[in-house]
Ligand binder design. Structure first.
Ligand SMILES: Cc1cc2nc3c(=O)[nH]c(=O)nc-3n(C[C@H](O)[C@H](O)[C@H](O)COP(=O)(O)O)c2cc1C
Ligand SMILES: Nc1ncnc2c1ncn2[C@@H]1O[C@H](COP(=O)(O)OP(=O)(O)O)[C@@H](O)[C@H]1O
Ligand SMILES: [Mg+2]
Length: 212
């Protein structure tokens, strides 16, 4: 059960991601149990978790933050829209694990994509409105995990789970607003070659680089 303690406003060192982060994950957006939107009002894009334990033993079950990009080519096909060559980098908060509140028997990776950091946070208030985009099932997604927030917990109620995820969104946002993290989203001219390479990886799908 969730310990009854106040939460830290940020997670991870101010100086930037510390080993093993950043960690790269990719996959097509698949169907989950359909609870995110329906039960919680918090949509989560699920990607396959089949090879995670072998490929990323460092990713223990828990809540993380990072940056995502959706493949503009497959996004266009999904929405029947005209093909675009530009991808947007967006802040994200995610859960990896068995969702102890729901007692899942398979591990899942579920990503909630937040609004751009330049917009006001819709989850900073007591009656939050979680970010909702048009559905993008089947779209290829790249995710760069930049830090760990907390372990997964069971909760006394659905409302308690939702309130903790609301705080996760705020922790992720405040963590990503720091210069050493924000430069994974926007080039501030001070990024290292490695950070620039990671940003480039985020928008590369099937060997083709999209514009940012
Ligand atoms: C940031 C974040 C934190 C979460 N933390 C927990 C948690 O501590 N315990 C838990 O049981 N589920 C947690 N969840 C998972 C939700 O229960 C899950 O998103 C929901 O079951 C939707 O699942 P679905 O995609 O299969 O519909 C978290 C989800 C997110 C996005
Ligand atoms: N902000 C968002 N973050 C993640 N997915 C979103 C968002 N807005 C809309 N979606 C869509 O909602 C779907 C997830 O909803 P959810 O209720 O969790 O269903 P599922 O159980 O199938 O994962 C995603 O696959 C995506 O198509
Ligand atoms: Mg989901």
């Amino acid at each position: 059960m969730r310990p009854d303690k106040p939460r830290d406003p940020v997670a991870g060192p101010d100086a930037g991601p510390e080993s093993p982060y950043p960690v790269r994950l990719s996959g097509p957006v698949i169907k989950g149990f359909g609870r995110g939107s329906k039960d919680l009002g918090i949509p989560t894009a699920n990607i396959p978790a089949d090879d995670l334990s072998e490929q990323h033993p460092e990713l223990t079950s828990g809540v993380y933050y990072g940056v995502v990009a959706l493949d503009p080519q497959s996004l266009a096909q999904e929405n029947g829209a005209e093909k675009s060559t530009s991808a947007t980098l967006l802040p994200a908060v995610l859960s990896i694990g068995y969702n102890p509140f729901y007692k899942n028997t398979v591990r899942s990776v579920e990503i909630h994509i937040m609004p751009p950091l330049t917009q006001p946070s819709p989850t900073a208030v007591a009656q939050p409105k979680f970010n909702r985009l048009p559905d993008f099932y089947g779209t290829k997604l790249n995710l760069l995990i930049l830090g760990y927030i907390r372990p997964e917990f069971d909760y006394v109620s659905l409302d308690a789970l939702i309130e903790d995820i609301r705080i996760d969104c705020e922790v992720a946002r405040q963590s990503l607003l720091r210069d050493a993290y924000q430069r994974y989203i926007v080039d501030d001219g001070k990024a290292s070659a490695q950070v620039n390479e990671d940003r480039k990886w985020l928008v590369t799908f099937d060997g083709v680089s999209a514009n940012i």
